[in-house]
Design a protein. Structure first.
Length: 133
């Protein structure tokens, strides 16, 4: 099964927060892990702001080391699906809508710690979601 990482799952792993061990388990298993470039941009920005370029680049190196695939395409099906989620769900960030749309496109499982935004998504059954905490 394809595992799709959102920004908060990567940040939790990199900072050793609650749920980091579950994220690590998915990173080392054989199932492919993916992250959309927009979600990766969130992660990069967060570490750039907090620790500078070296810290942000280290996160990229860590993800590459685990073989995480970066989905950097912006095909119409994906961005329209993300826009539709934003219009219909409203209380979810646009970046998280891309994680949701990618999860649906790849028929995968979304890995997140964000119960506030993805709790309603899980309740609607829009995709399979694994909460890390």
């Amino acid at each position: 099964m394809n595992i799709i990482l959102d920004a908060c799952s990567v940040i939790a792993y990199e900072r050793g927060e609650d749920g980091a061990n579950l994220v690590e388990r998915f990173l080392v298993e054989e199932d492919p892990c993916w992250i959309h470039a927009i979600n990766l941009c969130e992660v990069y920005y967060d570490f750039l702001r907090a620790g500078g370029q070296a810290a942000a680049e280290q996160v990229l190196a860590d993800l590459r080391g685990f073989g995480v695939q970066i989905y950097d395409q912006m095909d119409a099906d994906l961005w329209k699906r993300a826009a539709s989620h934003k219009a219909n769900l409203r209380r979810i960030s646009l970046a998280d809508c891309f994680a949701l749309a990618l999860t649906q496109k790849l028929e995968g499982q979304l890995l997140t710690s964000d119960m506030t935004e993805f709790g309603p998504v899980a309740a609607q059954g829009l995709c399979e979601i694994q909460f890390i905490r």
